[in-house]
Design a protein around this ligand. Structure first.
Ligand SMILES: NC(=O)c1ccc[n+]([C@@H]2O[C@H](COP(=O)([O-])OP(=O)(O)OC[C@H]3O[C@@H](n4cnc5c(N)ncnc54)[C@H](O)[C@@H]3O)[C@@H](O)[C@H]2O)c1
Length: 271
């Protein structure tokens, strides 16, 4: 049975542990770690059967086959290279860390040298299977259109720098259009989505991102348009917030659980 270690006992970490506890994922959570000890305690009390051991990451590597990062971008740069050097596969949720190209290349190289896998779940978007297939031949363009209620964009550097009065947006308004590499700096809350899409497709510079504020919305919408030698496809997801964390999409923990199920299942469905 696959032995898992989890870094980060927040919304996604707890969802994964519960899924293992309930038998949805055929694996064992051998160890957990969070920089806030009270988050570890909260996680433990939410479990019925599973009793994962609290361990520092460096010790964890000796006991696990797969490290799951569901903590922060900082955890990716601090912990993932060492996990790979210790020959653990890794699953990374804070994909936005890879907006740093050097870190992306470093982790890719270390994984290759140590014959390890790096799993990046789809998170809050849909359609990555199609982009992976399409990328075997030429992809001409990838456009991500993110549409959110204005409150979901409040405080973003782009809004602050341009002095945009977000509360006064009364109609659907296109606020930004540019490359994914610009978008991740100006709208950091979109960073995971833009990063996963860029890595799956044509990179941060060529991926086009549009950000729309729409006061009529209650859900965050991500639409993806891809054109290439294969033809063209569009995907659209209307995300409801996670029941335990309104800042996060419910689809994100579900995609983490689905990826772990795929890793442990003999049948590998989809690209
Ligand atoms: N790929 C996606 O589409 C997607 C979607 C949602 C969230 N995320 C990312 O996944 C990560 C987890 O999301 P969440 O909603 O569970 O967050 P959360 O805030 O609910 O939980 C994160 C937990 O990690 C802990 N933590 C943070 N940095 C740490 C570190 N360096 N070492 C140890 N523990 C640390 C925190 O104390 C907290 O308990 C975040 O980085 C988030 O941006 C990705």
């Amino acid at each position: 049975m696959l032995n898992i270690g989890i870094i980060g006992c927040g919304t996604i970490g707890v969802s994964i542990c519960k899924a293992v506890d309930e038998g949805t994922i055929d694996a064992h959570v051998r160890a957990i770690y969070d920089r806030h000890k009270e988050h570890v305690k909260n996680m433990e009390t939410s479990l019925e059967h599973l009793q994962p051991e609290l361990m520092e990451p460096a010790k964890m590597f000796e006991h696990i086959d797969l490290l799951v990062e569901c903590a922060s971008q900082q955890a990716v740069s601090e912990i993932i290279p060492a996990a790979l050097r210790a020959k653990c596969d890794v699953m990374i949720m804070s994909v936005g860390a890879f907006a740093d190209h050097e870190l992306y290349n470093e982790i890719r190289d270390i994984a290759k040298e140590n014959d390890c896998k790096v799993y990046l779940p789809s998170g809050a978007i849909v359609g990555l299977d199609g982009i992976r297939s399409a990328s075997v031949e030429e992809i001409y363009s990838v456009t991500l259109t993110t549409e959110k209620p204005p409150s979901g964009l409040a405080g973003a550097p782009y809004i602050v720098q341009n002095d945009i009065d977000i509360d006064n947006i009364k109609n659907k308004t296109l606020l930004f259009e540019g490359s994914a590499s610009e978008a991740v700096k100006l709208f950091p809350a979109n960073v995971n989505v833009a990063a996963t899409l860029s890595i799956a497709g044509i990179g941060f510079e060529k991926t086009n991102v549009r950000i729309i504020a729409n006061p009529e919305l209650t859900r965050n919408i991500h639409e993806i348009n891809v054109k290439g030698a294969f033809g063209e496809f569009n995907s659209k997801v209307e995300n409801v917030p996670s029941p335990t964390n309104p800042r996060s999409s419910f689809l994100a923990p579900l995609s983490a659980i689905a990826t772990l199920k795929k890793i442990t299942d003999p049948f590998q469905v989809g690209t």
